[in-house]
Write a protein of this length. Structure first.
Length: 134
């Protein structure tokens, strides 16, 4: 019984291990993948916060993902092929997501530096139209 458990554990661990295959040349560049996945995660969070029903959320997400890919000039099949490559190379996927997290942190910091009126800290707000209101 122990031998079967050890053998099964070995198979699972080696199957989940990092593949050593060389990165194919026809994959999307890493930086493009970072930008796409950062946009996808932002869209995903926005949908989770605004759409109540799971079926509707999935439809909205699929539409958003297609728009994101179109904005980046990427075909869905190319994106999926690159994503599958990263899924089979977990070390590289981990490194990719470190960059994605950094990218999202920078985007968040930029958004936080601008308040809801659009004013940038340290810069005086423009008062156009304010005098007419009073």
């Amino acid at each position: 019984m122990k031998r079967i458990l050890y053998l099964l554990s070995f198979v699972v661990l080696t199957g989940c291990g990092q593949s050593s295959e060389k990165r194919p040349a026809d994959l999307l560049p890493e930086q493009k993948m970072v930008q796409i996945l950062a946009d996808v995660h932002i869209a995903e969070a926005r949908i989770e916060n605004h759409v109540l029903y799971p079926d509707t959320a999935l439809m909205v997400f699929n539409k958003e993902q297609k728009q994101i890919l179109a904005q980046h000039g990427v075909e869905e099949e190319d994106f999926r092929k690159t994503y599958r490559y990263y899924l089979s190379n977990l070390g590289q996927m981990d490194r990719l997501y470190e960059i994605i997290l950094d990218t999202l942190s920078v985007r968040e910091a930029k958004l936080r530096s601008i308040d809801t009126t659009g004013a940038v800290p340290g810069r005086r707000p423009r008062l156009e139209g304010m005098q007419e209101a009073y």
